[in-house]
Design a protein around this ligand. Sequence first.
Ligand code: NAP
Length: 362
Amino acid sequence: MSLKRAGVLGATGSVGQKFILLLSSHPQFKLHKLGASFRSAGKAYKDAVTWRQTATIPESATELTVVECKASEFADCDVVFSGLDSDAAGDIEKEFRDAGLVVLSNAKNFRRAPDVPLVVPLINVSHLDVIARRLEAVASENKKKPGYIICNSNCSTAGLVVPLGALQEKFGPLDIVVVTTLQAISGAGFSPGVPGFDILDNVVPYISGEEDKLEWETRKILGSVDANTSEFVLQNDTKVSAHCNRVPVTDGHLECVSIKFKQQPAPSLEEVKRGLRDFVSEPQRLGCPSAPSHAIYVLEEENRPQPRLDRDRDGGYAVSVGRIRPDPVFDYKFVVLSHNTVIGAAGSGVLIAETLLAKGLL
Ligand code: NAP
């Protein structure tokens, strides 16, 4: 199979750099066009970027010239991955979609749009059926293939919904979810990013807009698609309450979660652990090359998961869950760890693209 040409918007940022790493040696995609702001446009990627990854800049990216984020520059891309700042993403991603391009976005701008799937690929790639139906309808009328946008969730939501989705699939909807996050600084991006003075020797108990995103996006992702209207139906059986904190960790969001099931009596502790351990995601079933070998690692050590030790399991595409125990107020409580720029951002985009390919949608 010839490699699909991939564009990356926001290629110099925190998420963009992760896209560069994940796509540089990908078996199905090749880096073709890199875009960023006017500050970076016209420069070789190695000169435009302040590289902050532990791996070196891949050769396939170093000499590519960064261009402005205009649809005409990316017209020959098969797929465009966007790591754009939300201030810029709205207009740019819309322009790309209207020009017939496929845009996989990390920004918040279109996540709540009624015609845009919000996908955490380990949990709800079934929402991509909306795109399949739209493409079939257009093909049956012999019209030109339209562009479309698919969004990833917010990074803390991506980690949370993996165990929640696995439990919902096995035991039915949750009634209550209370989550307290400890979020890494890479989640705030590089420009301007979190100043060292604010985060060293400190915890910041506020991340603008984050609690609302967790509480709302979780219900769209765990929700369903109306078979007749193709509308997304929120999982309104589930009430979600979030507290969000920024902590001095480079990568990896830790989340302390308490849950109550709708179905009572709740499943046993052993059933909950088995439900999480045995969960197999759709990208795994489809044989997507970046799919983790385990979507969820259930850890039994009393002090795990920890960001530094567990964030890179299966290249950051897997989620770790530990300290699963009874909760005296709800049913159970546990700790979730996810790599915020892999499964929480760029990796989700890559897995969505692999799923689109596997389903013949790209
Ligand atoms: P970031 O490090 O600040 O990078 C922002 C990128 O956008 C840079 O490449 C920047 O290019 C580019 N950009 C800014 N203004 C632009 C403009 N007017 N036109 C074109 N390009 C422009 O941000 P980030 O953390 O990677 O986040 C990117 C998006 O992903 C955000 O919407 C964020 O909310 C979302 N997200 C982030 C994470 C995470 O863990 N970091 C997780 C999930 C979702 P220059 O270098 O040229 O300025």
